[in-house]
Design a binder for this molecule. Structure first.
Ligand SMILES: Cc1cc2nc3c(=O)[nH]c(=O)nc-3n(C[C@H](O)[C@H](O)[C@H](O)COP(=O)(O)OP(=O)(O)OC[C@H]3O[C@@H](n4cnc5c(N)ncnc54)[C@H](O)[C@@H]3O)c2cc1C
Length: 440
């Protein structure tokens, strides 16, 4: 970490710097720019570019896109009605609940297009985008507070420093900026790995459901996969096929490639999910889950999306949470900047941690426990037993738990039961809050 108290020319300075232009960073930059804040968005790559992902969005994600002004009726977006869960020859269709302000449909779009669309919206809103600009570390003042970032720019790796009193880390699972500020990952929280590949499949590409398979076996151990497989339609002739898994409790990491090969042999031939129809390599990446990096605000630095470990431990969904956290961070920072530098502004910035924990704290705590006790041992099979699949109320409960719909107001009994269940989860203990306060 470099210390830096100086300031340089105007284009290197902003009110806020956002590191990383994935969904979290673009959302944060867009909402800040809309609030009239001068924001610099630094991205190490260029657009469009690929990102290893399942490309599936729940209604919660759709809500964020609408909020950002993205035209989801334009060509290229594929609407989904819900999920189809497959287990031991049984299937159940779970339509998106459409509760509260969430729409009743989901979407798919390849991240190649998706991230490009989002970053363009951020720029149109007024964010200043610097591509091929890789943040290499935080710049700090004598008190250890972040005051900017050092970067290397372009193929020549030209060093350049950028300055701002507030920095938002949206640099994904590597969490380089957070780590350099001493925000380590909590290793007790779940960390999954997922792999995906694109196939051409005319039969499956326009399926209105996201399909999840819960009865996959690990190739190495022959035991239940501590995760699930998916087939997500893209509507353009392709499907995104992948699987995600936690480390198998007591049996180590899962061989995703071999397990996927084994799974694909179970697919009906007319789905065309064969080697000759593959249109990409199989690629994998990590899924940091369950709010695994805390506190989410410290000494001028806010963590959003994967850099704060915000992937849902229930489902592996992370795009919606990344955009939502970007929005919360932007609103918090925009308000805080109206206060004079000092204790009042600091207190306002700390509100980000409270809001993240209000939205996801209890729900993720319950999810982390379920991931540890159930998913890491038996996968998703117990959730999709014959009994659960035969009960519409249990299936609706499951849908709400898996799709982060527990905070949406609803007037049905299932919604009330799920909300009460989550409210019963204890808030972070006094000890955890004291530890967070010490880390600030
Ligand atoms: C195989 C797989 C399948 C998945 N499927 C789904 C799914 O179907 N639905 C879903 O909701 N979620 C899914 N996820 C999770 C989802 O991909 C992530 O949660 C989401 O991308 C997080 O967004 P983010 O903006 O926080 O990070 P990212 O999308 O990782 O964006 C980070 C950005 O920061 C940039 N960056 C990194 N380091 C630096 C640096 N030093 N300087 C400048 N820029 C930097 C990167 O280039 C990138 O553009 C999946 C994940 C995996 C691995």
């Amino acid at each position: 970490m470099e210390t830096d108290e100086g300031m340089d020319s105007g284009d290197h300075r902003a009110q806020v710097i956002v590191v990383g232009a994935g969904p979290a960073g673009s959302a944060a930059a867009l909402h800040l720019a809309r609030a009239g804040v001068d924001v610099l968005l630094l991205e190490k790559g260029t657009f469009p570019r690929d990102k290893v992902c399942g490309d599936g969005l729940t209604p919660r994600g759709v809500q964020q896109l609408v909020r950002m002004g993205v035209d989801i009726d334009a060509p290229g977006w594929m609407r989904t009605k819900g999920m189809r869960c497959v287990c031991e020859g049984r299937q159940v269709h779970i339509d998106w609940p459409g509760s509260g302000s969430h729409p009743d449909f989901g979407l798919t779009r390849s991240r190649h297009d998706f991230d490009d669309i989002l970053v363009r919206h951020a720029v149109a809103a007024g964010a200043r985008l610097c591509l091929e600009t890789k943040a290499t570390g935080p710049l700090t003042d004598r008190a250890g507070r972040i005051v900017g970032v050092s970067t290397v720019v372009g193929a020549e790796k030209q060093p350049k420093n950028y300055h701002a009193p507030v920095v938002i880390a949206a640099d994904g699972a590597s969490a380089r900026t957070a780590l350099a500020m001493g925000l380590e990952r909590d290793r007790s929280k779940p960390m999954a790995t997922a792999a995906r590949r694109y196939y051409r499949s005319e039969v499956r590409t326009s399926d209105p459901y996201l399909e999840l398979w819960a009865d996959l076996l690990c190739s190495r151990t022959g035991r239940d996969l501590p995760g699930y497989g998916w087939i997500f339609p893209l509507g353009d002739g392709r499907v995104n096929v992948g699987l995600g898994a936690l480390p198998h409790r007591g049996r180590g990491a899962v061989d995703l490639r071999a397990t996927m090969d084994q799974w694909l042999t179970r697919m009906p031939p007319h789905w065309e999910l064969r080697e000759e129809n593959a249109v990409s390599p199989l690629r994998s990446a990590a899924l940091p889950m369950g709010l695994n990096r805390r506190p989410q605000y410290r000494r001028g630095l806010l963590l959003v999306g994967d850099s704060g470990g915000m992937v849902s431990p229930w489902s592996g969904e992370g795009i919606a949470q990344a955009m939502e956290a970007g929005q919360i961070a932007a609103e918090t920072v925009a308000l805080a900047l109206h206060r004079p530098v000092g204790a009042g502004r600091e207190q306002a910035l700390h509100q980000y941690v409270s809001e993240v924990n209000r939205r996801w704290g209890r729900y993720y705590r319950l999810g982390n426990t379920v991931a540890d006790l159930v998913f890491a041992r038996y996968g998703y099979r117990p959730l999709l037993s014959r009994r659960v699949m035969a009960s519409p109320a249990l299936v609706r409960t499951l849908a709400r738990l898996l799709t982060d719909g527990t905070d949406a107001p609803s007037d049905d009994l299932v919604g009330a039961v799920v909300r009460s269940l989550v409210r019963m989860v204890p808030a972070p203990s006094r000890r955890a809050r004291v530890m967070d306060a010490r880390r600030r």
